[in-house]
Ligand binder design. Structure first.
Ligand SMILES: [Zn+2]
Ligand SMILES: [Zn+2]
Length: 178
């Protein structure tokens, strides 16, 4: 790909998977026809609560649900959920598999499903390197761009849960298929 073409591409769409201008962006958003990453836009809705324990428990339950469902289709390498407040990132779920074939299967299945009484919609995403997409400031302190930041503000599951989910996936893989 030549660098001339790159000038027309929307960096946000390609790096973060979503851009605040959406379809009206003046730069190009070309949807991939295949990818190892599936994006489910606006999937997680935070409950209205000020209690951090309630919020974490709700998020952990959500994370586990989606992780387990996605892992049925292949090796789930990364699951990222955004907690930005801007519409194009709010509650976005990114599921990166080890192979596009697995992502295909997951996407096809998710697109026929409902979650929390809403039909799911998902698409392939260009994002495969999350280091480029994640706002590091949000992880270490607060980001000066706040909730409207255009980089991913990642909501983290509890360490223990993530560890358990990764272990479960690892064990499942080692079992012979019946
Ligand atoms: Zn754009
Ligand atoms: Zn930020």
């Amino acid at each position: 790909m030549s660098s001339y073409e790159d000038r027309d591409k929307c960096h946000f769409y390609y790096k973060i998977g979503a851009c605040r201008h959406g379809d009206r962006c003046s730069k190009k958003h070309i949807r991939p026809t295949s990818s190892a990453t599936v994006l489910v836009p606006n999937m997680y809705w935070k409950p209205s609560s000020d209690d951090s324990q309630t919020l974490q428990a709700d998020f952990d339950a959500f994370f586990e649900d989606v992780y387990m469902e996605a892992a049925r289709f292949g090796e789930l390498q990364t699951m990222v959920v955004c907690e930005n407040k801007n519409d194009h990132l709010n509650g976005n779920v990114y599921l990166k598999f080890s192979h596009p074939k697995e992502a295909h299967a997951a996407k096809d299945s998710f697109n026929t499903r409902w979650y929390n009484e809403r039909p799911l919609y998902c698409e392939f995403s260009h994002v495969t390197d999350f280091r480029e997409a994640v706002c590091r400031k949000h992880d270490v302190q607060s980001c000066e761009r706040g909730d409207e930041c255009n980089f991913m503000h990642v909501q983290r599951p509890s360490q223990q849960l993530l560890h358990e989910l990764e272990q479960a996936q690892f064990c499942q893989k080692k079992q012979p298929k019946s």
